[in-house]
Design a protein around this ligand. Structure first.
Ligand code: GLN
Ligand code: ZN
Length: 759
């Protein structure tokens, strides 16, 4: 039998208590200088290594740490500083590095986008400006440090050239090969230096190999790895894939590399099927990603052991098998240690990064015949206890979902009919003006919430404060002259957390942070039980707002798919069933709002797109159940009740059929950052329901002029029906100040009025 060892692919950077974030932000605000930043981040990096060392992990990755983002690190390592930033070659100064990520007074930041199908976001490298050069060998530095300070023989991690180029922009399609030619020699230099230093192995991450690959793509990948094998024979390469089954299994496993890493969690079906069909090449190491690197649940070790057994049998000639997480642990919180508030039943069934490494090490030991006493029994006990818990077995919820799915979730009448009834009921002017929901969350608002959470303020006092904010903003909105008002969402910190806290089935950690982008971390709620409606969540505030005005106040809910996609979700039932449970709970809220006289209701789905699978062929299935969940939540209302939705992205065209299928009476979408592309897209296919294209960017404090917005409106109305068009900003205004908000909205309302006078 092959020999089996334990390994890891990457560790969270943020530290147990987000020390990483705090240090970097302190540097940005000038509280600490560069040497202190280095000192603090080095301490975190070494601490991460020590943790892995103490667990007895055999393969410890080095070079996975970063000062912001590992994709940006790769760009900067090759001197790829966009031309709008000053730079004269050599090591990229720290402030330039941060300027690329965040912008500075002279130049805008590089774009940021989603890292595959995760909630991590990377800085998009910009090619085509400066010529690449090797400025510094980060993996080498990391390798040396681990060895010198901790006597760890680490395995350096690099982002692979193929994936790096796929994630970059600034070159034409035909130039991919040109860029391989430019960068491959630099990769080779990095690897040569590592080999010379004594590194036996490198981990080269190529997650792009799980996306669809053409024959041409495979050829380019082949070229890269053949060249590396020829030029740097002294180093062994573990070619690591994750997030889905590898495409072109036979070709990829035949590459002249010494090992391949496969995801046997998120790519289980495809990778296992390929392994069964084609076997595994003799003499290569197989990285078996069997512990989920993306969820927070303990693995079912019995099942994983069986899986590993099968993998071992299917790869009898593998040189070695590495038991490892399915991907870097960057996507999970660091440690369960501080979670003293969680219900023991739940806590017992969780595994964050540290606990996941315990599983890796435990499994490896079991294969080596040194079972850690009690490991499997304890695992089984914890998982069974949670599975049997009443919160996971609410039969009323299960049967309510089943029953709901018996009938199609449709509104009473089709849109055309609803539209007539709604026009009669609401008598809005053409180009009605509204906002997306939130108004500025000032220091006062946040500090009031803190005081209430700490118990310094009682609920009555806090409620009064919130009501005063609502009243203030109802008045402001009336003065501005908006047609459809909102209450302002002052009672919410976060659009998912707010609902999660009120819905049974959710739990919240104290320190379960994960990096979203740069130093921004999020603490996703955990959906661990069956979700059901308990009591109205938004009625009080919305009704109060409505009592202060004759204008309609739009109720404001977060949609089922956004709640799902921004949470850690239980894995014992299908994701779509969790979505349906949330949808049913929201449906009761929608009905409660309607009953209390709130007859315009917005159900936000900004994260609909985020759930799209990596492979296109799987998109439709996801979209179908996602749309169904939205419709379950929103279709039970009267024809005259107007359902709104909102999405904050402008790539819209490729899923437009599904967006239309939501059957929302009105949709608002972010527009201004698409540089007119979104509007042009309606030349091909127009949109038959109500639609509001955001007329100004809310990400900047700049107050746009009436003329600017008017020209956007005019442009949009060349392709969209003015009778169905709404005027609104791009997104919620919670990050803005009061003064700029009032000014910008006043310009917006004037722009609408100017247009109306014209027609
Ligand atoms: N209603 C939310 C708000 O205005 C929508 C936020 C979002 O789209 N991300 O804040
Ligand atoms: Zn938005």
């Amino acid at each position: 039998m092959s020999n089996i060892i334990s390994g890891n692919l990457g560790y969270p950077r943020i530290g147990r208590n987000r020390e990483w974030k705090k240090a970097i932000e302190a540097y940005w605000t000038g509280q600490i200088a560069e040497p202190e930043l280095h000192e603090r981040l080095t301490a975190i990096r070494l601490d991460n290594l020590k943790t892995q060392q103490n667990k007895g992990l055999e393969v410890i990755p080095v070079g996975d740490f970063t000062y912001y983002d590992h994709v940006l690190d790769t760009a900067v390592m090759f001197g790829l500083v966009p031309e709008r930033f000053e730079y004269d070659g050599g090591n990229v100064p720290l402030d330039t590095y941060y300027a690329i990520a965040r912008g500075n007074k002279q130049a805008a930041a590089s774009e940021m986008t989603k890292w595959f199908n995760t909630n991590y976001h990377y800085i998009v490298p910009e090619l085509g400006g400066r010529e690449p050069q090797l400025t510094v060998n980060y993996p080498l530095e990391a390798y040396r440090e681990a060895k010198q300070v901790l006597q760890i023989e680490g395995r350096p991690v690099l982002l692979g050239l193929y994936t790096f180029l796929k994630l970059s922009k600034g070159y034409a399609e035909g130039e991919f090969g040109v860029w391989i030619d430019k960068l491959l020699p630099l990769y080779i230099e990095v690897l040569r230096e590592l080999a010379a230093e004594g590194a036996a192995w490198v981990q080269i991450d190529e997650p792009a190999l799980v996306t669809e690959l053409t024959a041409g793509d495979i050829e380019q990948v082949g070229l890269i790895y053949k060249t590396i094998a020829q030029e740097v024979p002294g180093i062994s390469v573990l070619l690591q894939t994750y997030f889905a089954p590898v495409s072109g299994y036979q070709q990829v496993t035949a590459l002249p590399v010494q090992g391949i890493g496969l995801d046997f969690v998120h790519g289980l079906e495809g990778n296992l099927a390929a392994l069964r069909e084609f076997g595994y090449p003799a003499g290569k190491v197989l990285g078996a990603g069997v512990i989920d690197g993306r969820n927070i649940w303990r693995s079912d070790l019995k099942v994983v052991r069986q899986l590993l057994d099968e993998i071992v049998q299917l790869a009898p000639q593998a040189e070695q098998i590495i038991v490892q997480p399915s991907s870097s642990l960057l996507h999970v919180p660091v440690s369960l240690q501080g979670e003293s508030n969680l219900e023991p039943l739940l806590k017992d069934a969780l595994a964050f990064a540290e606990e996941k490494l315990d599983e890796v090490v435990g499994l490896q030991a079991a294969f080596g015949g040194n079972d850690i006493p009690g490991l499997f029994a304890d695992n089984e006990r914890a998982l069974e206890a949670l599975a049997a818990a009443p919160v996971r077995n609410r039969h009323n919820v299960r049967s309510a979902v089943e029953q709901t799915l018996q009938q199609p979730a449709v509104r009473e009448s089709e849109f055309e009919e609803r539209r007539v009834k709604q026009e009669q009921k609401w008598k809005l002017p053409i180009l009605p003006t509204t906002t997306i929901g939130s108004f500025p969350q000032t220091k006062e608002v946040r500090s009031a919430r803190q005081k209430w959470r700490k118990g310094e303020w009682d609920t009555e006092r806090y409620d009064q404060f919130i009501q005063a904010e609502i009243a203030k903003w109802i008045r402001l909105q009336e003065d501005i002259g908006l047609d459809v008002l909102v209450h302002g969402e002052f009672e919410r910190t976060d659009m998912v957390e707010f609902f999660g806290e009120k819905l049974p089935g959710f739990a919240f950690t104290r320190g379960g942070w994960v990096q979203s982008y740069g130093t921004r971390c999020v603490k996703p709620p955990i959906i661990y039980g069956d979700v059901e409606f308990d009591q109205p969540m938004t009625v009080k505030e919305t009704k109060y707002a409505q009592s202060l005005t004759q204008k309609p106040v739009k109720g404001m809910l977060t949609g089922p798919i956004t709640i799902l996609n921004w949470s850690f979700v239980r894995s014992d039932i299908p994701r779509k069933n969790v979505a349906y449970q949330i949808a049913l709970a929201l449906r009761e809220e929608v009905e409660a709002l309607e009953r209390s006289g709130i007859e315009m209701i917005q159900v936000d789905e900004p994260a609909l797109r985020e759930g799209l699978p990596l492979k296109r062929e799987e998109w439709q299935e996801y979209l179908d159940w996602a749309v169904n969940a939205f419709r379950i939540a929103t279709s039970a209302v009267r024809d005259t009740t107007q359902i709104h939705t909102h999405m904050c992205y402008c790539e819209f065209q490729d899923i437009i059929d599904s967006i239309q299928a939501l059957d929302a009476d009105v949709i608002s979408i972010e527009t201004s950052r698409s540089n007119g592309e979104l509007i042009s897209s309606f030349e091909q296919q127009t949109y038959p329901l109500g639609i509001g294209l955001g007329v100004y960017d809310i990400h900047s404090p700049r107050v746009p002029s009436e003329e600017e917005m008017l020209s956007l409106i005019n442009r949009a109305l060349e392709v969209l029906d003015p009778q169905l068009f709404w005027i609104n900003p791009d997104c919620g205004l919670k990050t803005r100040g009061q003064e700029e908000t009032v000014a910008a909205l006043s310009h917006m309302v004037s722009a609408a009025k100017t247009y109306r006078e014209k027609v």
